[in-house]
Design a protein around this ligand. Structure first.
Ligand code: CA
Length: 233
């Protein structure tokens, strides 16, 4: 398990690193938001422990940027105690909130709990889904033809852009569920893009052209007018 510790205070950063290593976690550290995002992008962590008060940016913005591409648990560590700060961090996508000063044992317990929840979620969601003739493996990022009897071999398997993959992942991991446009926009493009429903229309149309048997009459990637989208298995 790789944990990213984001904390500008050197002593606390060091204490976290030592305590995590003592419990057999691999640890990377960053003293500010910019470095945190760089490190996370090159070595995707299994969880992040994140100080909100960073020298270069608000930790909430780190959460938002990270949530654009990862669901790994984020535990916020902060001296701020107002309900507004907590709600802001949780709304941005943090999983838990520990107020400074804190007991190391409590933080480690919260981290274990968050990692367990994450693992349970990962196991609960199907990693393979089907759309028409295509079988989509969300873990391996592959698309292969499902059944050559029902669907005679024809066109080669489509390739998807990273944006198309992200959209598809979110929908396919919630089979049968409505996912709101604002949630899709926030998850794929980030906070502040919630009104850009034209982005969704454009990319969903492309996904249908690539995956649906009849893109003009989609059977799996459905639009719920005015609300969002749904993957119908
Ligand atoms: Ca700080």
């Amino acid at each position: 398990m790789l944990i990213l510790v984001v904390e500008d205070q050197p002593q606390l950063r060091r204490a976290l690193q030592l305590n995590l290593r003592a419990r057999n976690y691999e640890v990377l550290t960053a003293p500010n938001g910019r470095e945190a995002l760089d490190v996370a992008a090159s070595s995707p962590p299994d969880a992040i422990i994140l100080d909100l008060g960073l020298p270069d940016m608000d930790g909430t913005n780190v959460i938002v940027a990270f949530r654009g591409w990862s669901r790994a648990p984020i535990i916020v560590l902060s001296g701020r105690t107002s309900p507004g700060d907590k709600i802001g961090a949780l709304d941005a996508g943090a999983d838990d909130y520990v107020t400074k000063p804190f007991a190391m044992a409590e933080l480690l317990a919260r981290l274990r709990a968050a990692l367990r929840r994450d693992e349970a979620t990962a196991q609960a969601v199907p990693a393979v889904a089907a759309i028409g003739r295509w079988t989509i493996d969300l873990t391996a990022h592959t698309i292969v033809q499902s059944d050559v009897r029902t669907f005679p071999a024809g066109s080669p398997a489509p390739t998807l852009t990273p944006t198309e993959w992200r959209l598809l992942q979110i929908l396919l991991r919630r089979p049968g569920q409505l996912v709101s446009s604002s949630q899709l926009l926030a998850d794929v493009w980030g906070q502040g893009f919630q009104n850009r429903t034209n982005y969704l229309r454009f990319h969903m149309a492309r996904l249908r052209r690539k995956l649906e048997e009849d893109p003009s009459r989609p059977r799996h990637l459905l639009t719920e007018p005015g609300m969002g989208y749904r993957y119908q298995p």
